[in-house]
Structures are given as structure tokens and as C-alpha cells.
Design a protein around this ligand. Sequence first.
Ligand code: ADP
Ligand code: MG
Length: 330
Amino acid sequence: MYKIGLVYNEPQKITAAEKKLDPRSYRQPAIIADYIEEAFVTRGHQITRIPASLNLLQDILAADGLDVIFNVCTGINSKQEQANIFALLELVDIPFVGSGLSTQATALNKANASAALAAAGVPISEFQTFFSAEDSLHSNMDFPMFVKPLHEGSALGITVDSLVENDRDLRQQIKYVIKNFKQPALVEGYLPGREFSVAVLGTKNPKVLPITELEVPEEYGTKIQTVDIKAENAIKRICPAEISEELAEDIADTALQAYTALQCSELARIDVRLDKNGKPNIIEINTMPALEPGYAHYPLMAEVGGYSMSDLVETLITEAIEAWEQKKAA
Ligand SMILES: Nc1ncnc2c1ncn2[C@@H]1O[C@H](COP(=O)(O)OP(=O)(O)O)[C@@H](O)[C@H]1O
Ligand SMILES: [Mg+2]
């Protein structure tokens, strides 16, 4: 039996405009906390719920004798900056589930994550950050391209117009992103192939759970997971993906390379798409994947891989404690 600190958000007050932009994810940490607590309780663990606030550090220290911390909070006061929470957790001498500050902060900025992957030789598209729509295009960038906000999730800012075929549309879409999302635009080479979601589990010997293929239903007339299609929960998930053993291995290897390159711990969900030659490329790494059963991709892949929700959370804390003890012993 472990004493587990469960850090989570109470549902946050948000404006109607924010809710429209991000219809679901704002209340996920509160829903997920209930599921996680239930999963731990069936295993006989003792849960201390710690709602995130600016007193988080004191609240964790005041909770008596925690063995491990499980965090599902993505930010405080509507600041969706999950790296801040992990920064606090790193200051406390208690193991926690998930990647540390440096990995979280890198993954939150898609250009920084891509730079780390490129430096490690992990296959990704060419990419360039645009701070203004007038920046000159690097000579290695070729059309078609894909334009997205530099640091968003849940497909925010992703529409059918994200795919651009010419300079005029490219500049227009960069302007759209900068103006509406108040951040630079990331422009990437467009990956035209099939899309997969890959769940990685473990720290010392991470493994890939059964891969999911994500398919946008044909009636939408696009292969892009736009914000609207995602919000409608319309994307078809095929798990395990119906692909050759060779492709499955190639996707798993690529995802594990990315996991290692970003020095992830315990878990991550990795978006992969095939390039024009059918080779898997990394789109992005989610270092705090959603864990809502029945809705999120990660628990689906865990279930197909033989992990119930309680098996999954048990494995996550075991891995976190083991990695922590090894680090201490080193
Ligand atoms: N370089 C790309 N080429 C083709 N499609 C892309 C590319 N980047 C993103 N997409 C599409 O846009 C979706 C959302 O992009 P992603 O970077 O994963 O953003 P989010 O963090 O919002 O999930 C992807 O699931 C994919 O369908
Ligand atoms: Mg994604």
C-alpha cells in the first residue's frame, strides 16, 4: 500500500469564449482525478487529494508521508503551463509520475521539441518558426506546408486552411495564427500519409502499447484532425492498427527514439504520420497525455495492451518509484 498524493484541478471558471475554443479539455483534470482515485483505491492504496493552487508546494509538504505523487493538473488559474507544476514537484523530495521540468518545457514548445528530435536524428518534417508573416522562408522548406500555433494542444488553431500550397496562403495562415493565438506560428513540411497515435509506457525499459490508427471519416473531405472534427469526437480509432508487422515496428522504433531523445519518464503519447515515402515521422510528443477512460487515446491503447486503468496507474507509480530509487542510489 502506498500513500499517493493526487494533484489535480478543481473545474476552472472560464469564459464562454475560452470554452468555445477548447470545449472539453478545461474540465478534464477534475474528471480524470476521479477515475485515477478510483483505480488506485481498487488496489488498496491511500489517496490524498491535493487541489492545485498557488499554495501547492506547502500543501504537498503538509500532506503526511506521501510515497509518490500523481499529477493530472495542467496549470493553475487557467494558465495551461503544465511544466510549472512539474517544476514544483521536482523541488520536493518525493517521486512523481511523469517527465521532469526540462522535458515538459521542451515538449510544450513544438519548435524546441522538433529541434531536440532533429538533433537526435529522429525523423521529422523540415520546420521553421515564424514570428511575423513577413519572415523570409528558409530555402529547405517546400510546399505543401502545414501551419500551426507554436504551443497549443487539442488541435487549437488547426483547420483545413492549415495545409497551404502557396506563398500567399502560407502568409495568410501565419497571420491567422499570430493574431488569434498571440504566439508565433510553426510551419512544417506537410506529411500526407496515414496518422497514428503511439502510447509509450515505462522509464528504464519503455515499451510501446498497441498502436492506434486515427482516421478522419471520409465525409469531412480532409485528412487533418481539425479542431472541429476533434471536438465532435468524430475521429475513428483503430486499435490495434491494421498495418504490417514491419510498419508497426518502424512506428514503434521511431516513437521510442523520440521518447529517449526528449528524456521522457513513465509515459508519453506520440503523434506519428507517414511521409510521402511511407516512413513514420513524429508530429509531436504529448508528455501529459489525457487519461480519461473511454475518451482519451492513451487508456484505450493501454486496455488493448492488457492494462486496465488500475493496472496502468499501478505500473506508472511502480516505474516512477523505481526510477527515483535508482537515481538516488547512483
Ligand atoms: N506536419 C504535418 N503534416 C500533416 N498533418 C499535420 C502536421 N502537423 C499536424 N498535422 C495534423 O494536425 C493535427 C494536430 O496537430 P498537432 O501538432 O498534433 O497539434 P495538437 O497539439 O493540437 O494535437 C494532427 O493530428 C494532424 O492531423
Ligand atoms: Mg496532437
